[in-house]
Design a protein around this ligand. Sequence first.
Ligand code: 5GP
Ligand code: ZN
Length: 112
Amino acid sequence: MDADCLFCKIVTGDIPAEVVYDGDGVLAFRDVNPQATVHVLVIPKRHVPDVGALGADPEAGTAVLAGIRAVADQLQLPSYRTVLNTGGDSGQTVFHVHAHVLSGRKFGWPPG
Ligand code: 5GP
Ligand code: ZN
């Protein structure tokens, strides 16, 4: 846990969130500023800052992938986009790795 990390505080319950899935080593909750009808963030419960660090932590990486699948199953998403921003230029603002799961509208490609 990182005492200054927003998402660690969501894991501990110090900051409230609308949880949609609570699994082994993984938590999924609604994004506070949704960019689609469904916008869920899937995070490892352990503090891992970004995708690079997630690659060095196979247990947390597997937990995040399992969490994405669980969210898609639970919300019955026929199609969805997953986004993991890494670094400031990509748009990462919270440095506790998170997969965005977006669904409920058509998405363009390439992304903006
Ligand atoms: P990033 O920009 O790092 O890829 O994504 C961070 C996401 O966290 C943003 O989509 C933002 O809306 C969301 N977010 C920021 N603060 C909070 C919060 O306190 N609660 C929730 N549920 N989402 C948050
Ligand atoms: Zn954290």
